[in-house]
Design a binder for this molecule. Structure first.
Ligand code: CA
Length: 725
């Protein structure tokens, strides 16, 4: 039977392979469209052109309204893989999130559809890639010089050379061997460039030395007429460039009031002694002149910022140069081998970047410069060369697009849409295409940008800042640089109302609701218990109980039973009274599972407070529970998950809260897959034949008494044993 299946599958692939294009997805990190010469409006089109990327646009299509869901590295990548916004795929930020590779994502689906898949270069999702026949990725951010790559056996290997050149070479090597296969391929060639700290290939260390780079008009933005949170940023060219890491000075920080000193230039440590000398020498003349001018008092604040801008932007453009050379080389390889004809080539970057606009470097904001992603695509014979699309596209569309190209089904979980219809109509969007895109940034400590979410239409942009409880509204036609929020301008009353509705609708459409947005509680006792659990979580445990007061109650009414059943089994109680799904989501991403990689079983029972708090819609609670399962699956890669139906509450079966829990249970029972996830509903064991919850078991019709805990322990014991405990 097994052989027969393999044979027929193989046959299907062989028959359809020729009709389906290869997909080469070239991706970079922090590359603003303003630094790509085929995009209009950039300052560097003539000084620092990008002929490799431009070639893709010239022979294919450029998208001018291409946006990310969340302008930081990991989240953009996770949105691409899953076709979902960050709050649903669980990778909301680079600091706390950990990607669950077992969730529905396009690489595995493409592989199931007969594609060979490869991932080479920057990955940055903490967990190892899943769904690839071949992968070789940079650890975390990766290094520019002589970088390590994590190999498929999980070992790190150091390679000599510049990261851009290595990604190009590794990509080419893989493409060469993939050509021998009769399967179509999907290859992700992902550069680290031009991410901070912008360390150029040696051949470009002095490129642009004699050029004065043009400055953006808003380099000295004073942030007036917009939210006060703009001023709180820590991503300014004036105030937040580090002496060594960013500005390439060596030795102690001579001007600590002008440069941050926290960063060492790590790139230097990776170079040989001889190469260190070359690297230092490349910047030395300019650096010495700057130091002398500073000591002579020749430079005022403005001049210093201008100097920093020049240093920053030149290095930024230098690292792009060797990447673009690599892309040119890859395109030539496709020409030389004839692969070009049946290979779709896409170039994009995880989000845009500030090239001094608003006085910034970095990203995060929903302002245009970081919201935008470049997106150019070539598909010979299908996409009209030189076409430009004004359709609003987003990174959640990539997965559906790749699956569509492969003739595979696009799963309902994906929130994006296939771009294939747009490819075939010179970029013209179908009539039912989206009118706006939704954006959500959750906030991180790094760079101190306040959390916000919003919508952008072709004409306007609205975002909401929870921290200061204020909206920002921009007229993108009259004020494309977003220098003045018009939310209080009476002339925009109708627009403002319309945009608020657009934002509400988008939140509903993309399932943004309280049950799934991780949230800590503000009470001291809660923070203390969370911290105490994190302390305990430093030691590995075999069995985890995750939940709310009912789980916490193992330390109260359930103590005797706990000692009897779990006292000798390395068990960790991760229950906090009053917690809803959102609190558990936050805790699991903030230390509760820190060292639980070897946990064998995690018992999850959560959701009754979502019901009790506001009789929350069961589908929302299901989303929250799904996120918790996904997080545990990723962070405890060996653990079997025992998902318990929420215990009954309310005395009688017709109690509205009881009914809500029953509905949630029906929905979450579908998470059961018999592999990592096992659903078990023991509700009946607490009830009389008539469905009544007695005082003997739960006096308040919510929390079990000692007898209730005995019932619980006995009911799950056989399952725990079955799951390997
Ligand atoms: Ca990035």
């Amino acid at each position: 039977m097994k052989h027969f299946f393999a044979l027929t599958t193989g046959l299907t692939m062989a028959l359809s392979a020729a009709d389906r294009p290869n997909i080469l997805f070239i991706f970079s990190d922090d590359h603003a469209p303003n630094a790509i010469s085929c995009y209009p409006g950039g300052l560097f089109d003539d000084i620092a052109p990008t002929p490799g990327i431009d070639r893709i646009a010239k022979e294919g299509m450029r998208f001018d309204r291409s946006y990310c869901t969340n302008a930081i590295c990991g989240p953009s990548r996770a949105s691409i893989l899953t076709g979902q916004h960050s709050h649903l795929n669980g990778f909301i930020d680079n600091e706390s999130s950990y990607f669950d590779g077992l969730q529905t994502a396009f690489p595995n689906l493409l592989r199931n559809a007969g594609y060979t898949t490869a991932m080479i270069g920057k990955w940055h999702l903490h967990s190892n890639p899943v769904g690839f026949d071949y992968w070789e990725v940079l650890p975390g951010q990766g290094a520019y010089y002589n970088p390590d790559f994590i190999q498929m056996d999980n070992k790190r290997k150091k390679f000599p050379g510049h990261c851009n050149d290595l990604v190009t070479e590794k990509g080419l090597a893989w493409l060469k061997q993939a050509a021998d296969s009769n399967k179509p391929f999907m290859a992700m060639v992902q550069y680290k460039a031009p991410h901070r700290n912008w360390a150029p290939a040696f051949r470009h260390l002095n490129t642009f030395d004699d050029i004065e780079m043009p400055e953006p008009e808003t380099l000295f933005d004073d942030y007036s007429n917009r939210s006060s949170v703009l001023k709180e940023h820590a991503m300014g060219i004036q105030g937040h460039m580090s002496w060594s890491h960013d500005m390439k000075f060596q030795g102690p920080n001579l001007f600590p009031s002008h440069f941050t000193g926290g960063h060492k230039d790590h790139q230097l440590n990776r170079l040989s002694e001889e190469d260190q000398k070359t690297y230092v020498a490349a910047y030395n003349d300019e650096n010495q002149k700057f130091i002398t001018d500073m000591r002579d008092g020749k430079l005022d604040q403005k001049a210093i910022t201008k100097w920093k801008y020049q240093r920053y932007i030149k290095d930024y453009l230098r690292v792009i140069r060797s990447m673009d050379e690599g892309i040119t080389k890859i395109l030539k390889h496709l020409d030389d081998t004839g692969l070009a004809k049946n290979t779709i080539v896409i170039y994009s970057s995880d989000q845009g970047f500030y090239l001094g606009e608003h006085g910034w470097y970095d990203k995060r904001w929903m302002f245009e410069e970081s919201l935008m992603m470049p997106f150019v695509v070539r598909w010979p014979g299908k996409i009209k060369p030189g076409s430009v699309s004004q359709a609003m596209i987003q990174n959640i569309d990539y997965g559906p697009t790749f699956l569509d190209l492969a003739g595979a089904e696009i799963p309902a979980s994906m929130q994006g849409k296939s771009l294939v219809p747009l490819f075939k109509t010179s970029g013209e969007a179908p009539t039912d295409w989206r009118d706006s895109i939704y954006y959500r940034y959750s906030g991180e400590r790094t760079h101190n940008v306040a959390a916000h979410d919003g919508v952008r239409t072709t004409e306007h942009k609205l975002f909401w800042v929870p921290k200061t409880k204020e909206y920002q509204l921009f007229d993108m036609k009259k004020d494309p640089q977003e220098m003045k929020s018009v939310h209080k301008d009476p002339a925009y009353t109708n627009v403002f109302a319309g945009m608020k509705k657009e934002l509400d609708d988008a939140r509903k459409k993309y399932r943004v609701h309280s049950a799934i947005i991780g949230q800590p509680k503000d009470q001291d006792w809660w923070k203390k218990r969370h911290a105490a659990m994190n302390q305990k979580a430093k030691k590995p445990h075999d069995l985890l109980f995750i939940g709310d007061s009912i789980t916490q109650g193992w330390e109260g009414s359930g103590k005797g039973t706990w000692d009897k059943f779990y006292g000798n089994r390395k068990t960790l109680n991760l229950g906090i009274s009053g917690d809803r799904t959102e609190h558990v989501i936050w805790r699991l991403d903030n230390g509760n599972l820190k060292n639980q990689k070897k946990a064998k079983v995690a018992v999850i029972m959560i959701g009754t407070n979502n019901t009790g708090h506001k009789l929350q819609d069961p589908t929302e609670v299901k989303d929250g529970i799904g996120r918790i399962i996904s997080t545990v699956r990723a962070r405890c890669p060996q653990a079997k998950i025992l998902l318990l139906g929420i215990f009954p509450r309310g005395v009688n079966p017709d109690d509205p809260k009881r009914k809500n829990n029953v509905e949630i249970n029906e929905l979450v029972s579908k998470f059961h897959n018999g592999e990592r996830i096992h659903y078990l509903n023991i509700s009946d064991k607490f009830l009389t034949k008539e469905g009544v919850l007695t005082k003997e078991i739960m006096p308040d019709a919510l929390h079990p008494k000692q007898k209730g805990y005995e019932i619980w322990a006995e009911a799950i014991e056989p399952k725990l044993k079955e799951l390997g405990l």
